[in-house]
Design a protein around this ligand. Structure first.
Ligand code: SDX
Length: 385
């Protein structure tokens, strides 16, 4: 009945924007960025190329890619005062919340940020914000405003990985795996955080205000925060033998299994499938020296995937990107509390592209309605003052 009145909880099935950035066919398990299948972009593209593709609509020519790489690397530094503020933040603060508040700090160094009408200015701001994302995280993680002093970087993927694991940032194999992981996360149509960017941006709020909101949205366990919870879940299960009982208990208690299910896909999430088929084997099957503890988590994940696919066979519930990405990051020795920030480092390309696109389209402020479910008008019965 509420549905009959045009009520769509969670806006399920309601188109809220026209966009040409990414597209999903949920039945076929197809995800494209500007028309290119995500798997092809992960296999053949670089972080910079995908950034150019999303922001500008097409893949760059060689000179354009080189120029964008230089531009991004040139703008990665933070103002001293912002870097100092980041270092002074309580280290109990979750990195996602540190990230969102630091993005708002960047606004103080951009006096013109409230003028959002100029496309070129908006694009420049997007590039500069993307460039500063890893530096914010590296500064906080290493508690050092000069953590990359004296280092040179030839690519964004190497720089971003350096912020999380200096040793692996010297190895091409790991840079390649990490870059593919970032690319898989770049955009995903009108997900909760992208919707937030567009909703906030539709009031003509600044790029900083809009993207900080998106980071907060992504931090939730039903959205990007699931990747951190997946590893915790695998650790809690402890042994492949415990998988059946764990799943039974969760299902009986009507609790959600982290890393499983999706609003749009009626089939295996293509990003999760790509990780499972192309990245996970490079970590677990090709290497002889896999840490036994990590290998145990992998065995649990395989058993959990199989058991969940069997149990949910009639419901079209499959693993999503967060199911496998945690294992990849764990294999890179990245601390679980930073997992969702890696998702954000990919997704910031999508968020900023949506913010720029939103400023270009004929803008209408997001202002849906509600179904009022409270008191009829009532009156204060009290003596006059
Ligand atoms: C991401 O939207 C995006 O694009 C997001 C994302 C992106 O790139 O931006 O893909 C990234 O956020 C992935 C999702 C990460 N979250 C989780 O892994 C958390 C666990 N999953 C869910 O809570 C859930 O599946 C959602 C939030 C992902 C989707 O929620 P929906 O579309 O509102 O679906 P629902 O919760 O209403 O579930 C529908 C049915 C229910 O059963 P019935 O009541 O119809 O019998 O499916 C069942 C649910 O109980 N179900 C699950 C389940 N997910 C769905 N049952 C157990 N465990 C689950 N994980």
């Amino acid at each position: 009945t509420l549905l009959e009145k045009g009520y769509f909880p969670g806006l399920e099935g309601v188109p809220v924007a026209k966009s040409s950035i990414s597209n999903i066919d949920g039945d076929k398990g197809l995800l494209t960025f500007r028309g290119y299948p995500v798997q092809e972009l992960a296999k053949h593209g670089s972080y910079e190329e995908i950034c150019f593709l999303l922001l500008k609509g097409d893949l760059p020519l060689l000179e354009e890619r080189i120029e964008l790489t230089e531009d991004l690397l040139d703008h990665k530094e933070l103002d001293d005062s912002i870097a100092e503020t980041i270092v002074s933040m309580d280290d109990d603060l979750h990195p996602m919340h540190m990230l969102s508040s630091s993005i708002l700090q960047l606004q103080s160094a951009d006096a013109g940020c409230f003028n959002v009408e100029n496309y070129q200015h908006n694009l420049n701001r997007a590039v500069q914000l993307i460039a500063k994302f890893p530096t914010i995280l590296g500064t906080y993680r290493k508690q050092d405003p000069n953590f990359a002093e004296g280092e040179t970087f030839d690519s964004l993927a190497r720089y971003i990985l350096y912020c999380f694991n200096e040793e692996l940032a010297k190895q091409e194999k790991w840079i390649n795996i990490f870059e593919q992981l970032l690319i898989l996360h770049v955009d995903h149509t009108m997900n909760n955080s992208t919707f937030s960017v567009r909703a906030v941006g539709s009031s003509k709020a600044s790029i900083y205000a809009s993207i900080a909101t998106a980071v907060n949205s992504l931090s939730g366990p039903l959205h990007g925060g699931a990747n951190e919870r997946v590893i915790k879940m695998l650790e809690e299960i402890g042994d492949p033998e415990n998988v059946e009982a764990y799943l039974e208990e969760k299902i009986n208690n009507k609790e959600k299994i982290m890393g499983i299910g999706h609003r749009v896909y009626q089939t295996y999430d293509p990003r999760a499938l790509y990780l499972k088929e192309n990245i996970i084997p490079r970590i677990f099957n090709e290497q002889s020296d896999v840490d036994p503890e990590l290998d145990n988590l992998y065995q649990i994940a395989k058993k959990l995937e199989k058991t969940a696919l069997d149990k949910f066979a009639d419901k079209d519930i499959y693993p999503n990107v967060d199911f496998w990405s945690g294992l990849v990051m764990r294999a890179m020795d990245i601390e679980p509390k930073y997992f969702t920030t890696i998702f954000a480092l990919g997704r910031v390309i999508g968020w900023t592209s949506h913010w720029v696109e939103n400023m270009e389209v004929k803008n209408k402020i997001y202002r849906p309605k509600q179904l009022y479910d409270g008191f009829n008008t009532r009156h204060i019965i009290r003596e006059e003052k």
